[in-house]
Design a protein around this ligand. Structure first.
Ligand code: ATP
Length: 368
């Protein structure tokens, strides 16, 4: 499948010092939605704005639909208008003096490439139906709620069928309930139109629901680009593991590694078998990341079975969170279900090896 968007070694430097975007590479095949996810300041918005043509990259190459739109080394820069892209931002960019219908028809009437001909009214009607605003065509846009205005902005970007849709935190101005609803609907709408999308957010749940692939960024670098299931179950980096919710970290030293399997010495807690994406070597300091929901309490499995102590439990109705101590280290364990099954005190504990992820520990924190 051809790439609707190809980003090669993208660099954007605003001033002396660390670049805001630092050698980013990825592609988005036609019809796929890629989400850039990361904390504030990681460079995701700058990456998107470079694709839009709103920032001038310092280096690298961006191609949309096989056509190079930015390559500073060759002084090549195509203007935003000429890129055949649609954009939806956090703020509802709608024309306040127009009706819903006039807003959505606007790009068809004023763009050079106004959606490949056809009847404007039909296109507007179909697009309004698609975003759930079929009955609102004649309303003044200012009479709509925030969520509805964002649907208008989306319709206006979809109506002329751009090659690529760029979305920058489009749900973040909405209240929590609406945000969830529009999130699920947005995926349906994008998939129904076969649109290729690049979506920027700091919200993991949004990334998982919307993305065919998620790219996790930190300090201007793309750490991992993979389908959501892989990001969640095979994080390539300890930051990715932590950012996507693996709250537990056990500190130790590598005893042995064979391929993707490592044995880690946790000191007083014993030895643990773990999966690793990194070429760890015997003697390296290691951090083992684990999700609270992957730990089995009250079970003695074939590998990584230990005995711990429940020191605190927090019953939350649908789930219970336990603080468990073992070998001088601490774990948070989450069990789904409406009953808190374990009492304070000694408890069997299994850490399934596939859910223990070992990374090199660059800090001073490992056991000695
Ligand atoms: P947020 O979610 O807060 O927008 P982000 O991950 O999208 O964060 P960017 O907005 O891309 O991050 O910013 C990346 C880095 O570039 C930050 O350190 C930011 O301060 C810097 N930066 C962004 N725009 C400019 C600018 N116009 N001039 C100078 N520095 C900038």
């Amino acid at each position: 499948m051809s790439s609707a968007l190809l980003i090669e070694n993208l660099v954007k430097r605003f001033a002396a010092g660390k670049p805001a975007v630092d050698g980013v590479n990825f592609d988005v095949p036609a019809g796929e939605i890629v989400v850039l996810l990361g904390p504030s300041g990681c460079g995701k918005t700058t990456t998107l704005r470079c694709v839009a043509g709103l920032e001038h990259p310092t280096g690298g190459r961006i191609s949309i639909g096989g056509r190079v739109v930015s390559e500073p080394e060759r002084n090549l820069l195509v203007s935003p208008r000429e890129r055949d892209i649609g954009m939806v931002f956090q703020s509802y960019a709608v024309w306040p003096h127009m009706t819903v219908k006039q807003n959505v028809a606007y790009p068809l009437k004023h763009r050079r490439n106004g959606g490949g001909g056809g009847d404007v009214d039909t296109k507007v009607r179909e697009t309004l139906e698609l975003v759930g605003l079929g009955d609102y065509a004649e309303r003044p846009v200012t009479s709509l709620s925030g969520g509805q205005m964002q649907r208008v902005a989306l319709a206006r970007s979809l109506v002329y069928r751009p090659q690529l849709l760029l979305l920058d935190e489009p749900l973040s101005n909405l209240d929590a309930k609406l945000r969830l609803r529009l999130r699920d609907e947005l995926r349906r709408i994008l998939k129904q139109t076969g649109m290729t999308g690049l979506y920027v957010t700091h919200d993991q749940a949004e990334a998982v629901v919307l993305g065919d692939r998620i790219g996790v960024m930190r300090d201007g670098k793309l750490l991992q680009m993979a389908p959501p299931g892989e990001i969640y179950n095979r994080p390539a980096d300890s930051f990715v593991a932590n950012f996507t919710g693996a709250a537990n970290v056990l500190l130790g030293k590598v005893l042995e590694r064979k391929g993707e399997r490592a044995t880690i010495d946790l000191g007083a807690a014993g030895r643990i078998e773990a999966w690793t994406p990194q070429p760890l070597q015997a003697g390296d300091k290691a951090r083992v990341a684990l999700r609270a929901e992957n730990i089995r309490l009250g079970e003695r499995g074939p590998t990584n079975a230990f005995t711990g102590r429940v020191v605190e439990r927090r019953y939350q109705g649908m789930q219970t969170v336990y603080d468990v101590e073992f070998g001088g280290q601490k774990l948070e364990v989450l069990e789904l279900g409406t009953a808190a099954r374990h009492q304070d005190g000694e408890v069997a504990l299994t850490l399934p090896p596939d859910t223990c992820w070992a990374y090199r520990d660059e800090g001073q924190s490992a056991i000695d």
